[in-house]
Design a protein around this ligand. Structure first.
Ligand code: 1CP
Length: 339
């Protein structure tokens, strides 16, 4: 690997500088992404075409100079592989024609195998080859709880109240469903490693809407099973808004914990300890500010994390209306800084 800074930081090895990649780095902020996307019927065509998914995965490595590529896909490919197809509605988000309501619905779901998602596996193989070891390739999946939330709700939601109602009214069914999603996710992540992923990330985007007790029961237990089963490459767990779970997450069998911008850096380090790498955690809205402010805040963040066991990133995905030059400025500021 020519630039293995992200992998070394994840393993807790010394690095010459803090590495950086960005959640949602491939996407609408890049004109070259919009050019590829505008010729297609929609988001799914891009995700399901390995040559195009490979192209847009590599774009941010070329034009932003980030230290890792993340495969262009979506967390919702797993529900689809299990038997719940989704549509991505322009400017609205995901929509499922079938949702999970009953025991029978859960029984009808398949446990997905990596072979059920040949387009992702082929996109990974192609991207691994095309990257030619310039930077590591990150694979990913959604956390079981976040996927359950979409499978019950059938779309995005501010509250995911249907999904939360299911946890309160049908806890046993919720566990059956989480079990099936977990098995599918383990198969999927192992397949991604075989196809070329050098590192993995589990996205628990809706962690923060559960109580701490529910989070342990319905989310962390399953994330923990994934961490214990997938040991081939370093794995990052990113649980958005789960500040209350940081102590418990420090016990996970994973290399890296993702932080969002609401989590104080020094406090997080103290709670989590020194055996994990931390990833994050700039507010994506900082990238709307002027360059002098971006620079000041970025250096403050880098100093707070310190020289080792940190992978710089945002605290959540880049917003699509962010100016590309500001994103590049943020990346360059991190790459130029020396502790
Ligand atoms: O047409 C488009 O450009 C649609 C926007 C878009 C993109 C670029 C969606 C729809 N998904 C993606 C790609 C994507 N999704 C990546 C690509 C790799 C990269 O980071 O560059 C990744 C890692 C995801 C993961 C994902 N999908 C998450 C977890 C991360 C997060 O943002 O919290 C979630 C929750 C989804 C669901 C999803 N997919 C798309 C949307 C708009 C949503 C959110 C829906 C909602 O509001 O609930």
């Amino acid at each position: 690997m020519i630039n293995d800074l992200v992998l070394r930081a994840a393993r807790g090895e010394k690095v010459e500088r803090t590495p950086i990649w960005l959640m949602r780095q491939a996407g609408r902020i890049l004109p070259e992404y919009r050019a590829v996307r505008s010729k297609l019927s929609g988001f799914k065509e891009l995700v399901e075409s390995p040559d195009l998914a490979c192209e847009v995965t590599i774009q941010p490595v070329d034009s932003l100079g980030v230290d890792a590529a993340i495969i262009f896909s979506d967390i919702l490919v797993i529900p689809e592989a299990m038997g719940l197809p989704y549509q991505m509605i322009e400017a609205k988000g995901p929509w499922f024609e079938k949702t999970i309501q009953s025991q029978k619905d859960i029984e009808q779901l398949r446990i997905a195998q990596a072979d059920d998602l040949p387009y992702v596996m082929n996109a990974l193989k192609l991207t691994k080859r095309e990257l030619n070891n310039r930077v590591p390739l990150i694979g990913f999946c959604g956390a079981p709880w976040t996927l359950l939330a979409y499978m019950i709700e059938g779309s995005g939601s501010k509250t995911f109240s249907k999904a939360k109602k299911f946890l309160y009214t049908q806890p046993q069914l919720a566990h059956q469903l989480l079990e099936k999603i977990t098995q599918s996710s383990i198969n999927y992540l192992k397949g991604q490693v075989i196809a070329g992923a050098d590192m993995l990330q589990v996205f628990d985007s809706w962690a923060g809407i559960l109580s701490p007790e529910q989070y342990t029961e319905f989310s962390l237990n399953y994330i923990s099973q994934i961490c214990n089963a997938v040991k081939e490459v370093p794995l990052t767990v990113f649980a958005k808004d789960a500040y209350f779970a940081r102590k418990a997450m420090s016990q996970l069998n994973c290399a890296t914990i993702g932080l969002d911008w609401t989590m104080d850096i020094a406090e997080s380090r103290e709670i989590i300890g020194n055996t994990k790498t931390l990833q994050g955690n700039m507010d994506p809205c900082l990238l709307y500010a002027d360059q002098d402010i971006i620079k000041k805040e970025t250096i403050k963040m880098l100093k707070a994390f310190g020289p080792n066991r940190h992978i710089a990133n945002l605290g959540h995905g880049i917003y699509p209306d962010t100016e590309k030059d500001k994103v590049k400025f943020f990346v360059d500021t991190v790459k130029e800084f020396r502790h």
